[in-house]
Design a protein around this ligand. Structure first.
Ligand code: LMR
Length: 337
């Protein structure tokens, strides 16, 4: 089609005018890849999405947060390596997964029965001990931003776990924590370390008989569909530290870093606000599904678990550090049997 002279002039003018506009176009946004292993509808999944939303709004397009849930990008061990290599910038691994980084002290959070409730937990995560632990990451090229709550763990299996004797010979999946290994051995079980993304299938095929997790993880991974019994034991805690590649974080423009720190503060409040409710709802949904039967423990039965698992504390004092263990006991009021 032939353009008439007037139209041609207009097209040329438009292109000419467009040149300065493209020259002034905003630079490409800073991309932060945030990888995690759980479903979106979990305390961590929702908090990561909330952080993305407010961080992008407040930085007005200068930062883009790409959240990759459900081990889409990396599994447990790989994501830690990816962070150190700079292939991802942000993670929120469970506190039970920090030893491979060389920071075994985080396993203090895995000690059985150490926290009775969120208030006791917050005395550590929101106090000087929590800050001191995050500071230990710096030497590993990692900067710790915050602690995000999840919740207290239930124990699930295909046979009822009520008395300590019921654990004998059970193959139970654990996260990669030596303290959790000791905990399971203390009751006669056979712990197996496995990436979170592999747990459902391992339970389904009988590679392991059972596991422990907060209800939000049990439900969103559909573990309850392949577990006949869920013991409401609250015998331990599972939560997260949000971490970034230190070099990347230090290299951000100062104003951006300040905005992101503010967004992280608000996302942390959001995470800690929804964690209990999410877990309560997940438990109700598991119950409603009728797929697994709930077991509640009497005070005496729970005390029997506590007594048996107590040696986990002594066995791991050397690994975690005696001073740190004492500081946490002091903050939470835990007293060994
Ligand atoms: C697990 O591996 O069981 C949990 O750490 C998963 C998670 O991130 O909550």
């Amino acid at each position: 089609m032939k353009m008439n002279y007037r139209l041609k002039t207009l097209v040329v003018a438009a292109f000419t005018m467009a040149i300065p506009i493209t020259t002034l176009a905003a630079p490409a946004p800073i991309v932060i890849k945030f990888s995690h292993v759980v479903a979106q509808h979990t305390p961590k999944g929702q908090a990561a999405d909330y952080f993305k939303k407010i961080a992008e709004e407040r930085t007005k397009g200068r930062v883009k947060i790409e959240v990759y849930p459900n081990s889409q990008l990396y599994k447990d061990k790989e994501e830690m390596e990816a962070l150190q290599l700079g292939a991802v910038q942000m993670l929120a691994p469970s506190l039970a997964k920090f030893a491979p980084l060389g920071v075994k002290e985080f396993e203090v959070f895995d000690l059985p029965f150490i926290f009775d409730n969120y208030q006791e937990l917050h005395k550590v995560t929101q106090g000087p001990v929590g800050a001191k632990l995050l500071a230990k990451l710096e030497a590993k090229g990692i900067h710790g931003l915050a602690y995000w709550d999840n919740g207290f763990k239930v124990m699930s299996a295909n046979t009822p776990l009520k008395n300590v004797a019921d654990f004998k010979g059970q193959k139970l999946r654990i996260q990669s924590s030596k303290v959790l290994d000791s905990q399971m051995r203390s009751v006669g079980a056979n712990p197996q370390v496995m990436a979170f993304s592999e747990v459902y299938q391992a339970l389904q095929t009988g590679v392991v008989n059972g596991t422990e997790n907060p209800p939000s993880n049990l439900y969103t991974q559909k573990m309850h569909e392949v577990q006949k019994y869920v013991t409401l034991s609250d015998h331990g805690y599972l939560g997260y530290a949000v971490i970034v590649n230190k070099k990347f974080w230090a290299g951000l423009p100062a104003d951006i870093r300040t905005i992101l720190e503010g967004a992280m503060k608000d996302a942390t409040a959001f995470a800690n606000d929804i964690a209990k409710k999410d877990n309560d709802e997940a438990l109700a949904a598991v119950k409603k599904s009728g797929k697994s039967q709930f077991i509640t423990l009497t005070a005496a039965e729970r005390n029997q678990w506590k007594k048996a698992m107590d040696k986990t504390h002594k066995e791991n004092v050397g690994r975690i550090g005696a001073d740190l263990v004492q500081e946490v006991y002091k903050a939470t009021g835990y007293s060994p049997n």
